[in-house]
Design a binder for this molecule. Structure first.
Ligand code: ADP
Length: 518
């Protein structure tokens, strides 16, 4: 059977070899085994169901939230001589009906549908009478509440699958799933633990970098001047910021477009189209842009603001370099971004446990902005990959500044956190350490603690930043929601006992200037 798969690969797509993971996923599906496939962006997920689709007798149903991608894929399949169609809200009612009837008559090998269709009883009724051999769920993390893009209509998928008389094979594909989300996908779809194929998340051609403490506009303009004519995306957190950057970059003579949900459908479509066809070099956008954008030569993705979690960041940044060429993923961090993201979380109408989980994810995102370890490694660890050698080309790997031993300072912070019984947040810890004569400090009598003022030669801000560093390196953890408290992690124990050391690069301390006016 796998011979037939190689033939289809060559005949329809012109490729000689399967990529890592593709062969494994495809041969499982050809054996009728349900599978969760986790592959990085650009890893070649589409072929994982398109090849089986060609070899199975019945229809392959592809569920995808990406309306624009559906059309592209169907066109591409058509060019390769494969009959495919899509049914989504961009079609009129009668067009949709016509395609569905065509599908029922077996006119197509692949039928792409938007998940919302599964909430239309009539549609599902027609569907269940069709000869479906395979159900492919694209962007499968959308089925999980713990994923970063939960779509309630995805929850209709398991029931829909159960309604077929002859059970089709199922494949769930995604590029962004933490171990939690993978488990959730697996459970909801009833797929066994052996059914998970993970090919690794690493993107070797991406150069990750975090820029802190620089004027973001100046950095951006310099970068764009240096990289003129290179296609790239700039993500900003709000529509207002997108509009401002768009104006500013346009004034600087750059071929720039913008994209956000506040623009008309026509404007958005035009920006997207012009960017895809290299008519616009740079696109400034909110996160409304991009899921499923199939532009392979994006040379950089700059985040003007920190996004809300690593999953969202990796997915957005991952739109760079899908062609495998070297590309930059730069995050411009400013502490205000934290406040904005907290505001977004508080505004959302999630229940308490989800809000708490969102806060924890945000903490890990903040950690990314402060860590000194390899940025690719940091991301991979987040996704549950432990064995990875440093990438050697991210901002942190290339940071050649000397390391200094900051063990004693780390011990001071850790003892203070412990003395405060892990009940206070970062600000209070920094106040106590710097010996601030703050009303709250005095009210709670924290000035009587032995750790009060033991770092009084440093500013409160500097201590706060040092705490951020210790949190990013996972010596400390933030617990709780909007007002997290600081606690010690397991990594702190050997440091406190003097069995392990802590090193930090670059400027370690900003001494407080003592004015001696005696
Ligand atoms: P994903 O959905 O995982 O982001 P795609 O399915 O869009 O990735 O594939 C990314 C690119 O890789 C596409 O241009 C595709 O044609 C190409 N590709 C996929 N599989 C192979 C293969 N086995 N050999 C060569 N190129 C491939």
């Amino acid at each position: 059977m796998i011979d037939a798969a190689y033939k289809a690969l060559k005949n329809y797509f012109g490729y000689d070899q399967f990529r890592t993971g593709q062969d494994q996923i495809i041969s499982r599906l050809l054996d009728g085994l349900d599978t969760v496939g986790i592959m990085p962006t650009g890893g070649g997920k589409s072929l994982c169901y398109q090849i089986p689709a060609l070899l199975f007798p019945g229809i392959t149903l592809v569920i995808s939230p990406l309306i624009s991608l559906m059309k592209d894929q169907v066109d591409a399949l058509g060019n390769a001589g494969i009959q495919a169609t899509y049914i989504n809200s961009s079609l009129s009612f009668s067009e949709g009906r016509e395609r569905l009837t065509g599908a029922a008559r077996g006119e197509y090998k692949l039928v792409y549908i938007a998940p919302e269709r599964l909430e239309v009883p009539d549609f599902v009724h027609t569907l269940e009478r069709m000869n479906v051999s395979l159900v492919a769920i694209d962007e499968a993390h959308c089925i999980s509440q713990w994923g970063h893009d939960f779509r309630p209509s995805y929850r209709s998928i398991p029931a829909m699958i159960d309604r077929f008389v002859r059970k089709p094979a199922v494949v769930a594909l995604t590029a962004t799933a933490t171990p939690n989300v993978t488990e959730d996908i697996r459970h909801l779809l009833g797929i066994s633990p052996e059914g998970v194929v993970v090919t690794g998340f690493a993107r070797d051609n991406l150069n990750f970098q975090v820029i802190r403490g620089q004027n973001a506009d100046v950095f951006l303009l310099d970068y764009l001047k240096e990289n003129r004519d290179q296609p790239g995306i700039i993500y900003a957190a709000t529509r207002k910021e997108v509009d401002r950057l768009y104006e500013r970059l346009s004034r600087n003579g750059l071929a720039v477009g913008r994209y956000h949900a506040g623009l008309s459908g026509q404007e958005r479509a035009s920006s997207q189209e012009r960017f895809l066809y290299d008519d616009l070099t740079v696109l400034v956008a909110t996160n409304a842009f991009g899921m499923g954008i199939n532009k392979s030569n994006v040379r950089f993705v700059i985040h003007y603001n920190m996004p809300r979690n690593i999953e969202a960041y990796y997915q957005e940044a991952g739109r760079a370099g899908r062609d495998g060429e070297k590309s930059d993923c730069i995050l411009l961090f400013s502490p205000q971004d934290i406040r904005l993201q907290k505001f977004f979380i508080d505004q959302s109408e999630m229940d308490e446990s989800l809000i708490k989980a969102e806060y924890q994810k945000l903490d890990q995102m903040i950690g990314y902005c402060h860590t000194e370890t390899c940025l690719q490694t940091y991301i991979l660890r987040y996704f549950g990959e432990q064995e990875f050698e440093n990438c050697g080309h991210c901002g942190n790997c290339l940071d050649t500044r000397e390391k200094s031993d900051v063990t004693v300072d780390a011990q001071k912070v850790m003892s203070c956190v412990k003395r405060l019984r892990e009940r206070y947040g970062k600000t209070m810890v920094a106040k106590v350490l710097s010996g601030a004569e703050d009303q709250k400090v005095l009210q709670f009598q924290l000035n009587r603690l032995p750790t009060y003022g033991i770092m009084k030669d440093r500013t409160q801000k500097n201590i706060s930043e040092f705490i951020d560093f210790l949190t990013a390196e996972q010596f400390l953890v933030q617990q709780g929601g909007a007002y997290p408290t600081l606690a010690l992690s397991e990594r702190a124990v050997p440091v406190l006992k003097g069995e392990a050391k802590v090193y930090k690069k670059g400027r370690v301390r900003a001494e407080r200037i003592v004015v001696d006016d005696a």
